[in-house]
Design a protein around this ligand. Sequence first.
Ligand code: ATP
Ligand code: MG
Length: 244
Amino acid sequence: MRKEPVIAIKNLNHYYGRGSLKRQILFDINLEIYAGEIVIMTGPSGSGKTTLLSLIGGLRSVQEGSLKFLGEELSGASQSKLVKSRRKIGYIFQAHNLLGFLTARQNVQMAVELNQVISQPEAVTKSEAMLGSVGLKERMNYYPDNLSGGQKQRIAIARALVNRPPLVLADEPTAALDKQSGRDVVEIMQRLAKEQGTAILLVTHDNRILDIADRIVEMEDGLLTRDAQNAVIKNDSGVKNHNS
Ligand SMILES: Nc1ncnc2c1ncn2[C@@H]1O[C@H](COP(=O)(O)OP(=O)(O)OP(=O)(O)O)[C@@H](O)[C@H]1O
Ligand SMILES: [Mg+2]
């Protein structure tokens, strides 16, 4: 029997605007995501991907339908309950949102200290270990401004994963990166997700990274139009084909 899903969404609708300007953005969304699963969401601009991510992340209140995170209903949840669930989620956005006046290590360490009661030396050790595992051991004491886009994105990954959250939400984390850096970044996420049993929901327009997904879902005009296992066949040339 499968374990309880990390995320369980049933008949979710969402609207922006009020009165005559009210417009439905999400239509009858149903989606489950399990521990250790990497789900990639694709779909045209304006189709509702970020809106759905912000609802799952507890950054917006659920209006209609059910959205459970670790078995807890977020629809109708109090602000304090939403804050609690946000602490169990790692966020990675296109603009990495690092603090420019903190070094790589301090950016990661801040996430640790906000999340758990922990001594400073322990927080430092944890942060350094995490930055090591994203390949930034030598750049620990650099400020974001002195690092490349891919390196900054790796700090953002370290920050999102350092508390070993059950869920990571990533909105176009490779959009600003070249092909190789984008690939590196998602492979790091994939490795850490499998090691830590983290569920990952990743929005992307980047077809070159689809093969890291266990499942691919597609959003179109506010509807989930596809939800399929990602069958990846690695042929002799090492080129990957995508089928589902
Ligand atoms: N705060 C808001 N208020 C009103 N309408 C909004 C708001 N945010 C988004 N929208 C509208 O909702 C729809 C879905 O937007 P959303 O940002 O979820 O799309 P998306 O799939 O993430 O697009 P993209 O790929 O361009 O990031 C769009 O039509 C957008 O204009
Ligand atoms: Mg978006």
